[in-house]
Structure formats: C-alpha cells, structure tokens
Design a protein around this ligand. Sequence first.
Ligand SMILES: CC(C)(COP(=O)(O)OP(=O)(O)OC[C@H]1O[C@@H](n2cnc3c(N)ncnc32)[C@H](O)[C@@H]1OP(=O)(O)O)[C@@H](O)C(=O)NCCC(=O)NCCS
Length: 178
Amino acid sequence: MPESRLPREFPGGRLRRLHPQDLAAFQAYRAIPELGRYQGWSPMSDEEARRFIEAVHRAPLFEPGQWVQLGIAEAVTDALLGDIGLYLSADGSAGEIGFTLQPAAQGRGLATAAVREALRLFFAATDAGSVQGITDERNGPSIRLLERVGFAFVERRQVVFKDEPCTERVYTLPRPGG
Ligand SMILES: CC(C)(COP(=O)(O)OP(=O)(O)OC[C@H]1O[C@@H](n2cnc3c(N)ncnc32)[C@H](O)[C@@H]1OP(=O)(O)O)[C@@H](O)C(=O)NCCC(=O)NCCS
C-alpha cells in the first residue's frame, strides 16, 4: 500500500505512523491503569515500547493475520495523543479495531474522528467486508464511540479477560456501500 495514504488529516488531528519520537508520549498514556483496563495490551518497559514503535513504524499496513498500530496526533503540534490498532483477518475478509486516547484529549470528538478516518483508510486499502469492535460492557465511552461511528450491536459474550469474568459486547460495521 502506498505510504502516501498516511498521514491523513481530520478535524482537530491527524492519523499518522507512530515514530520513535513518540516514545515518551506513548509511554505516558499507556502507563495509566484506567486506560488499559479493558484493552488487550499491558504497559511495556521503555525498551519494549521502543522496539514496538520501531516495528510498527515500518510495518506494512494491513497484512493478513496482523495488527498494525497507527498514531492519533494533535493537528498543530503533531504530538501523539493516542493510537488505533487495526487487524486484518488471515483470509482478508474482515477487520477488527481498537482505540486509545489520552485523558487530556478526551471528550472533544477526536477519537471518533480518528476512528472514522482509520476506517476509511482500512476499507480503501483492503477488501474486508466488515470491521468488528469488541468492548467490555462496562466501557461506556467505547460503546458510545462505536455506536456514534455507526457500528451495530451483534452479541454479548461471557469471557475471562485479564483473569476476570466479564461480558463483552461485539459490534460490527459493514463496508460502506457493500
Ligand atoms: C474509548 C475512548 C477512546 C473514547 O474517548 P472519548 O474522548 O470519549 O471519544 P471522543 O474523543 O470521540 O469524544 C467523544 C466525547 O466527546 C463529546 N464531544 C464533544 N465534542 C464533540 C464533537 N465535536 N464530536 C464528537 N463528540 C464530541 C461526545 O459527546 C463524547 O462524549 P460522551 O461519550 O460522554 O457523549 C477513551 O475513553 C479511551 O481511550 N478509553 C481507554 C481505552 C479503551 O478502553 N478503548 C476501547 C477498547 S477497544
């Protein structure tokens, strides 16, 4: 996929590759326990985070069977505010999305706009017929974001996540016009 498809501007921000200068900002928000509570990731050491950012900085976008992480950056300063993970299934037929925004940037619609932009990119760059969003039932901001973007509720699932029984809500967004 041509690299020219990133960065992508949206009102108030920019979707772009993570790069090594993001390390401090990335570590600052990923260390906040509430931000990772319902997420698949756990805080990393600085060295692990440095290697992770280095790897996703160059990773091809949307390889079957792989996650790739994109940065949400502030429009004027380009400072990293959060990130979006996108996964393409091994057979290329479906995607999954996850998103994180640092607390000081929340409540302004930035994550919603960034997720919309990431989905436009994902559907343009792949043949996936839909994207799934999976979130804990207690995660109100995440549920509201998915519904704002147009994801439809599919089902509830009982799972054990981070050693705790919990209820997940599964959402799906079909390819626009598909
Ligand atoms: C999920 C998460 C990204 C949502 O953050 P957020 O700030 O609520 O989302 P947005 O930036 O899109 O802002 C939307 C909020 O701003 C409000 N808002 C204000 N101005 C707005 C605008 N111009 N456009 C849209 N929303 C606006 C909305 O009403 C909404 O608040 P509400 O949900 O209370 O109604 C954030 O809570 C987070 O990082 N959580 C931890 C990580 C996580 O659990 N991720 C989900 C797992 S997949």
